[in-house]
Design a protein around this ligand. Structure first.
Ligand code: FES
Ligand code: FES
Length: 162
């Protein structure tokens, strides 16, 4: 018997991922998280809970931070996606990446890509957030290691670089 994915019609989409344009035939039932990791090899986006609870899979769609495990690939048609791989400018780290390193905000690192993308979305919209605004913004990004203090300091410091 054939598997569901073998008989399902693919969907044509056009999208931009990390400033590169794509025309793709995609499965309508595949999550963006799975597509990024398995089809494009962009494994910086982490797979944690797959139910929208941990924030490890956070990417930006048209500048907005979203849980990519809750997005189906056809939903990025006509949109711009940014993953952690697209954050640096070539060899030049993004101010948030530098600040996370300088403040010891990366321990095991599993949460870090998601935190970076959420923080970027925050600072793009609000370049001078209060500590409360930073904590509210990252409330959906779970970190088991840092206790969040270094993360908040890193985001606050990076804001000064914007
Ligand atoms: S893997 Fe998407 S929120 Fe946890
Ligand atoms: S650094 Fe380990 S989960 Fe955040």
């Amino acid at each position: 018997m054939k598997k569901v994915n073998e008989i399902m019609n693919k969907v044509k989409i056009k999208t931009t991922i990390n400033n590169r344009s794509y025309k793709l035939d995609v499965l309508p039932n595949q999550t963006l998280l799975n597509f990024l990791r398995e089809e494009l090899g962009l494994t910086g986006t982490k797979c944690g809970c797959e139910i929208g609870e941990c924030g490890a899979c956070t990417v930006l769609i048209n500048g907005e931070a979203v849980n990519s495990c809750l997005v189906l690939v056809p939903q990025i048609n006509g949109k711009e996606v940014l993953t952690v791989e697209g954050l640096s400018d070539g060899e030049q780290l993004h101010p948030l990446q530098k600040s996370f390193i300088e403040h010891g905000a990366v321990h095991c690192g599993f949460c870090t890509p998601g935190l970076l993308m959420t923080a970027k979305s925050l600072l793009d919209e609000n370049p001078d957030p209060t500590e409360e605004e930073i904590r509210n913004a990252i409330a959906g990004n779970l970190c088991r290691c840092t206790g969040y203090i270094q993360v908040v300091e890193a985001v606050k410091n990076a804001a000064g670089e914007y």
